[in-house]
Ligand binder design. Structure first.
Ligand code: DGY
Length: 321
């Protein structure tokens, strides 16, 4: 079997694939492929191990590559794939769940504290030679002890974020999810609430759901207007969950207190983006899963998905079967 890997991945995954005798074509990092060239290479391969292919795996791609035995994504999110097109051609699509939950929730937790204590802004003050003398009234942040964390999407990552917030700050946990999560209710005393209550009661609202078009820019002017004025909005899931202009307006008009983003809308964010100039906004460049542990785990999951195709078995982490 011939597999195309469009950007190199950690050795742990490559080794597993090579041990099975699978032929790999790995595109070097410096070689930026046009959509046309990407499709041409996929047409010569039996499967794709897809790394960061935002906007490539669309209806047109599936029309031109109906022969593929499967696609193994190097991500847990699968919003980059036009799933109905994969389904209609019976092409399995695999993802990398669990292995990055810790790392991604760590970044949500990091952003929450960074916003609460304005850490990015204060770091910038030093760089700008603006440390100055001690001022009892300046640069005040918030303490999170006993506050309410609202989790939008209580899957694996949301659960880990809630666990950390409960353990570190004794936060109360409320969540909005398609289904009830009895394990979270038992372990964290979490309470399932409707969306309006999540907006109204969260001191920190953290987004952890799978992105779908139905919740495109769900966190917009209307939603921010219903949040507390001392609240912090955290998004480590997908930038398309929030409307960036509305978020800017909410942050500059004291509608909400702060925001921490590991994902932006669009990505990558440009250096002149007005959000970057705010004292109450912390932005990271989509590094949720960027730890050695998580990326090795992702490489292994993606390789296991490809190996299953090679052995004519069901992918262990399939999102569309
Ligand atoms: C994921 O795994 O979905 C991360 O966001 C990286 O794309």
């Amino acid at each position: 079997m011939n597999v195309f890997i469009n950007k190199n991945i950690p050795e742990a995954g490559i080794k597993l694939l090579q041990e099975k005798g699978i032929n790999l074509t790995i595109n070097p990092k410096e070689n930026i492929l046009s959509k046309e060239d990407f499709i041409k290479i996929c047409q010569k391969n039996d499967a794709l191990l897809s790394v960061g292919t935002q906007n490539l795996l669309d209806e047109d791609f599936f029309q031109q590559c109906p022969h593929l035995k499967g696609i193994a994504l190097f991500s847990v999110g699968f919003d980059s794939v036009h799933i109905p097109s994969a389904n209609s051609r019976k092409i399995p699509v695999g993802n990398t769940p669990d292995v990055l939950s810790r790392a991604t929730s760590d970044v949500a937790f990091l952003l929450m504290q960074s916003v609460a204590r304005k850490s990015f802004f204060n770091h910038k003050r030093i760089l700008n030679n603006d440390w100055g003398s001690f001022d009892p009234l300046a640069n005040l942040g918030q303490e999170l002890y006993g506050k309410t964390l609202g989790v939008f999407g209580l899957g694996r990552i949301g659960f880990e974020m809630a666990q950390k917030c409960k353990a570190a700050f004794g936060m109360n946990i409320i969540y909005h999810n398609r289904s009830r999560k009895e394990d979270a209710e038992k372990e964290l005393d979490a309470k399932l609430v409707d969306f309006e209550t999540l907006l109204a009661e969260s001191d920190v609202l953290s987004v952890h759901a799978n992105y779908t078009i139905e919740n495109n820019e769900l966190f917009n002017k209307n939603a921010f207007a219903k949040m507390k004025s001392n609240s912090i909005f955290i998004n480590t899931a997908r930038g398309k969950f929030h409307n960036e202009n509305d978020l800017f307006e909410a942050l500059t008009n004291n509608i909400i207190w702060g925001a921490g983003l590991d994902v932006t809308n669009p990505e990558p964010m440009k250096s002149d983006n007005p959000l970057l100039s705010l004292s109450n906004c912390c932005v990271l460049p989509h590094i949720g899963s960027a730890t050695y542990e998580a990326r090795n785990g992702m490489a292994v999951c993606a390789a296991q998905n490809i190996i299953a195709l090679f052995e004519n078995k069901k992918m262990p982490y399939c999102v569309n079967e």
